[in-house]
Design a protein around this ligand. Sequence first.
Ligand SMILES: [Zn+2]
Length: 288
Amino acid sequence: MNGHRLMLGEWELVALSDGFFRLDGGSMFGVIPKPLWERKKPADERNRIRLGLNSLLVKTPQALVLLESGIGDKMSPKEEDLYGLERQNSLLRALEEEGCDPEDIDFVIHSHLHLDHCGWATREADGIFKPTFPRARYVVQSREWDAATNPDLRSRASYDERDFSALERKGLLAPVDGEAEILPGIRVMHTGGHTPGHQVTYFESEGARCVFLGDLVPTQAHLKVNWHMGWDLFPLELMEVKGKVLMEAVRRRDLLFFTHEDQNPFAYVEGEGGRLHIVPVDNHPPSV
Ligand SMILES: [Zn+2]
């Protein structure tokens, strides 16, 4: 997986893996009947489907930007079994292989703060959790911060405050509201839908654009607007934003990045009138 690397204009995009995990297939496709989703994502004997834990490293001449920080190392052996965690490698090892020290990262952008997205944001040392990327600004929507630090009954198990409370304490938290430019050509946009403060990130270099989808569209099997997760807190809001983001991606020929795809996380999308299909990246060089 770590071989997935592309040029976007003059920027290098590198997909990094924190391994794979498994979630109940029904929960990943909400109201969609199993005979339909199973053709795209076969279930194991515990009805779970295999999901990637994909991060994206963006190398610009000015900055190193990391999108999502995997599931981390805070799970108990029991949880690792429950979630079918498979890991030959970790995000930190993948970064090291890429020649990146944690100190080199300038920005860490999380789509939201669920524990399978910000696991390596902090690490434990001598019983204290500290930010893993000590020089980085950690970008998250204020609304997501509020939801994660004061979770509702349904979301309580999806957040782990050990992943993020040190970020505020150490002054590394960079909360944003709605749409915000992080650097020239890098822009986050609030989507809501999955969580109150979920966001997507757009990267644009020399006219070529990539959208980091987070859990707005977790895998390539979630392309249909009504194929969304049972976990989504605001389904109608999600469907509306997802439709807009994907139609614009068709029109603008945006490169897409899927956080939970267990195959290639990069793809393009084509189609009309809600009938969309995936176009593998090899058929479309991203540089225009
Ligand atoms: Zn997720």
